[in-house]
Design a binder for this molecule. Structure first.
Ligand SMILES: *Cc1c(COP(=O)(O)O)cnc(C)c1O
Length: 360
């Protein structure tokens, strides 16, 4: 007898588009014909300085045979001290992606607002959660301003969860305090994803106190160079945070990630010097890319720059750079047609990029 397992799968999962995975670096290096060390990886907004030795030591010393603390008490205390909020306002997770998922499961929304173009995880996890994704497009580039009145209309039409990245990936622009206020006055939960806040020097965390429907997401992936370890957190009103704590997977932050994040916070002085260096490279990128008459870099508050390619094929630029070992991000979406995204790395990474661009 043969039982068809597909009969028991949620029907809308049967024809879900598969998530397009990024190829492992070794595979890419082999395809390009360069050693991995020669690749300049500017395609995923990672922090190319890598983790601090103290953080590596903490991971090596962690008690990997013991379950992690489900109350995350030491980590939440330290994050709370970092931000100047009560520990009860903090919920940690396996990257901010985990917190996006927790918010979707907690609210089980019938509709979610997505201000496109933006980070793909809100619509991916929203669909997983069975929600309808209401796209409220940003204004066309290069402004890419969120349509606040349009979001208001979507909320009045029944959307209960609104996601906005600030600074936004890939457009690099951040929300003003007034825009955050306007969103928080809507009848819904507003999630502001601040994955790049440390590069921007502005944040909506202080507005959580006035707005119990505001959730701010932060992560150690970018500023602390821990993308591969998976640790992020949410800041929310304690009452809402306690419900998030109640439904999260109890062991969502691994022992290694917990230890690494705490040491990163202890070492934030050194890490913030690297953040400053990356911001300086972002500014240099913006200036130097503007010297090419076929590139129009957009201003950015994050660790990457979105660039309009004019008079040349953006895809050909990406593949041309790739043959020289420089990896950047290309988009096939119509609202980003002609755009490429370049992450800010170390000075030597910018040097390699500019050299490769001149040689195209
Ligand atoms: C990189 C990025 C994240 C990071 O997610 P983690 O799960 O914390 O690694 C979150 N949001 C946006 C907009 C990003 O670009």
């Amino acid at each position: 007898m043969s039982v068809d397992p597909l009969r028991f799968i949620r029907p809308d999962f049967l024809d879900l588009e598969a998530y397009e995975p990024v190829k492992p670096l070794e595979v890419l290096a082999a395809e390009i014909g360069l050693p991995v060390e020669r690749l300049v990886k500017l395609d995923a907004n990672e922090n190319l300085y890598g983790p601090l030795p103290e953080v590596r030591d903490a991971v090596a010393a962690a008690d990997l045979h013991i379950y992690t603390d489900p109350t995350q008490s030491r980590l939440r205390e330290m994050i709370a001290e970092y931000l100047g909020v009560p520990a009860e306002a903090v919920v940690a997770g396996a990257g901010s992606d985990d917190l996006i998922d927790i918010m979707i499961r907690l609210t089980s929304p019938s509709a979610i607002v997505n201000a496109t173009p933006t980070f793909g995880m809100y619509s991916f996890l929203g669909k997983m959660g069975g929600a309808r994704i209401v796209e409220v497009p940003r204004t066309p580039g290069p402004a890419f301003e969120p349509d606040i009145p349009g979001i208001g209309r979507a909320v009045r039409a029944g959307a209960t969860l609104v996601f906005l990245a600030s600074p936004n990936n890939p457009t690099g622009n951040a929300l003003s305090m007034e825009q955050v206020e306007a969103l928080c006055n809507m009848e819904c939960i507003v999630v502001i994803d601040e994955a790049y806040a440390e590069f921007a020097g502005r944040s909506a965390v202080a507005q959580v106190q006035q707005h119990p429907n505001l959730v701010v997401l932060r992560t150690f992936s970018k500023w602390a160079a821990l993308a591969g370890l998976r640790v992020g957190y949410a800041v929310a009103a304690p009452q809402l945070a306690s419900h998030m704590m109640a439904i999260k997977q109890p062991y969502n932050v691994s022992v290694a990630a917990d230890a690494a994040a705490r040491v990163a916070l202890e070492q934030r002085g050194v890490l913030s010097e690297r953040v400053s260096a990356i911001v300086a490279e972002r500014e240099r990128l913006t200036r130097d890319l503007g010297q090419f008459d076929w590139l129009r870099p957009l201003p950015s508050e994050a660790n990457f720059v979105l660039v309009k390619v004019v008079g040349r094929d953006a895809k050909a630029v990406v593949s041309g750079l790739r043959t020289k070992g420089v990896l950047i991000r290309y988009y096939s979406r119509p609202d980003l047609a002609g755009y490429i995204r370049i992450s800010a790395g170390r000075p030597e990474d910018t040097d390699r990029l500019l050299e490769a661009l001149r040689a195209l």
